[in-house]
Design a binder for this molecule. Structure first.
Ligand SMILES: [Zn+2]
Length: 413
C-alpha cells in the first residue's frame, strides 16, 4: 500500500455531521427510526452521495441498499462493507452511521485518486439494525442472511400498527431485488465499540475476532399483592423480594465467569408499584453473554431451575420464557488478519476484542467471510444522545477500513 493513499478525515467528519443533521435531537443526538420519513431523508442523502461518485445503487425487498463500484475483473465476487443508518429513539451520531459514512469516504477516496480495484466493491446500508420500531433488531441483515423469513419480517408492526411492508412502501424503499444472500468475497464493518475497553487501554483500533454467545429470557414472578401495613412476614408473597434474589443470582453467575462474563437484568416492572402495597407481580428481563458458547449453553440449561428454586423460597412462582439463544460467531481469520495488518502498518495501538453487542456483521458472517473494526467512544457510552468520538478516531478507523478493503479486493486468487 503506498503511503499517500489517504482518506480525507475532514471530509469524513463533515459528512458524519451532515448525516447527523437528519433527525437531530436538541440534546445533540439523533432520532432516525427505521423506515420513517426521517430514515428516508437519510437514505436519500446517502443515495445522492453515492450516485455523485458514479456508484450504482440497488435496493432489495427489505430495503437494504447496496452501492456498487465495478472492479477490473468482472468475474470476481464483490467485497462488501458498511453498517446501518437507522438509530435508537434517543441515539447518537455515530452508532451505525460511522460504518456507512466511512465506507462512503473509502469510495470517495478511490474515486478521487482514480484507483481501480480488481474485485467490485459494494457499500451497504442495512435496514433496521436497531429493532426499536418493530421490536426486531438486525432485521435487514437477518432477512438477507436467511436467519429470518422475509414474510415474517414484513408482518411485524410498530406501536401504531404499521407493518414493515407498508413502511417500506411508504418511503419507497421496498426494492425489486430479492433480499437473499448473493455470492460475496468478504464483508467489513467499522463500528464504534459501544463499550469502555479501547478507551480505558488507550488503543485506537479494536480488531474484532467475533461476537459473544447470548441467551435472553422474559421473566414473570407472581406473588400476592396485599397491604404493606397489615401483612405479617409469615403470610407475605413479595414478588419484588423474589426478583431481587434472582437479580443477585444473575450477578453471581456472571461473576463466576470472570471478566468475560456478562449478566444483566436491565428491565423491570413492579405491579402495582404502589408504596403501601406488597408487590404481587414483577416482570423483568434476564440475559447472559460470553465468548464461549459452551458456557452460555450451560447457563441456559441450569439457570431456570436455580432461579425457580430461589423464587420458591419466597412463596412466589417464576415463569421464565427463553426469547433466543445465539452461539458465538467467530469472524473469518483471513479478514481479521487484514484488519490487524492495516492497524499495524498504520502504527495504531490495537487489541483483539470480542463484540459485546449484536451487529449486522454477525449475521452476514454466516454467509460471507467477515471482520469488524472497532473505534473507541467516549466513556464507552452508546445508545445515548451524548455518544461521542474524536475526529482522529473516526479517521483512523476509516483508514484501516480503506486498507483492509483494498487488500482484500486486490488479493491474488
Ligand atoms: Zn450499531
Amino acid at each position: 500500500m503506498s503511503g499517500n493513499q489517504r482518506i480525507d478525515g475532514k471530509r469524513l467528519w463533515d459528512s458524519l455531521m451532515a448525516m447527523a443533521e437528519i433527525g437531530a435531537t436538541p440534546k445533540g443526538g439523533v432520532k432516525r427510526l427505521t423506515l420513517t420519513e426521517v430514515d428516508k431523508a437519510g437514505r436519500d442523502r446517502f443515495r445522492g452521495w453515492c450516485e455523485a461518485l458514479g456508484l450504482t445503487v440497488r435496493v432489495d425487498a427489505i430495503g437494504n441498499m447496496f452501492a456498487r463500484r465495478e472492479g477490473r475483473d468482472p468475474t470476481r465476487k464483490p467485497v462488501l462493507f458498511g453498517s446501518h443508518l437507522d438509530s435508537q429513539p434517543s441515539g447518537g451520531k455515530f452508532d451505525g452511521a460511522l460504518g456507512v459514512i466511512a465506507g462512503l469516504e473509502v469510495m470517495r477516496t478511490l474515486h478521487e485518486m482514480e484507483i481501480a480495484t480488481e474485485a467490485p466493491l459494494e457499500l451497504v446500508n442495512w435496514t433496521d439494525e436497531e429493532g426499536s420500531r418493530f421490536g426486531h433488531s438486525l432485521m435487514g441483515s437477518g432477512v438477507w442472511a436467511g436467519v429470518y423469513a422475509q414474510d415474517k419480517a414484513y408482518g411485524l408492526t410498530d406501536v401504531e400498527g404499521v407493518t414493515v411492508s407498508d413502511a417500506l412502501d411508504a418511503i419507497g424503499y421496498k426494492g425489486a431485488h430479492p433480499a437473499a444472500p448473493f455470492p460475496a468475497d468478504a464483508y467489513f464493518e467499522l463500528h464504534i465499540e459501544q463499550g469502555p475497553i479501547l478507551e480505558r487501554e488507550g488503543r485506537t483500533i479494536g480488531v474484532v475476532t467475533g461476537a459473544q454467545a447470548q441467551v435472553w429470557w422474559d421473566a414473570v414472578i407472581t406473588g400476592q399483592d396485599s397491604h404493606a401495613g397489615t401483612t405479617p412476614p409469615s403470610t407475605r408473597k413479595d414478588a419484588l423480594v423474589a426478583a431481587s434474589r434472582v437479580i443477585a443470582l444473575v450477578d453471581a453467575r456472571m461473576r463466576e465467569a470472570g471478566e468475560d462474563g456478562r449478566g444483566t437484568v436491565g428491565f423491570l416492572q413492579v405491579i402495582p408499584n404502589s408504596r403501601n402495597v406488597i408487590p404481587g407481580e414483577v416482570r423483568f428481563s434476564v440475559e447472559f453473554r460470553h465468548p464461549d458458547t459452551a458456557r452460555i449453553e450451560h447457563l441456559a440449561e441450569t439457570f431456570p431451575a436455580e432461579a425457580a428454586a430461589v423464587v420458591a423460597e419466597t412463596g412466589c412462582r417464576l415463569n421464565l420464557q427463553e426469547l433466543f439463544r445465539f452461539a458465538a460467531q467467530p469472524f473469518d481469520p483471513d479478514c481479521v488478519a487484514l484488519v490487524q495488518q492495516a492497524a499495524d502498518r498504520l502504527g495504531h495501538a490495537s487489541r483483539r476484542i470480542v463484540s459485546g453487542a449484536g451487529h449486522d456483521a454477525v449475521y452476514v458472517a454466516r454467509r460471507v467471510p467477515t471482520a469488524m473494526i472497532f473505534t473507541p467512544c467516549k466513556d464507552g457510552l452508546s445508545h445515548n444522545e451524548a455518544e461521542s468520538i474524536e475526529p482522529e478516531e473516526a479517521e483512523a478507523g476509516c483508514q484501516v477500513l480503506f486498507e483492509a478493503v483494498l487488500a482484500r479486493a486486490n488479493r491474488r486468487l
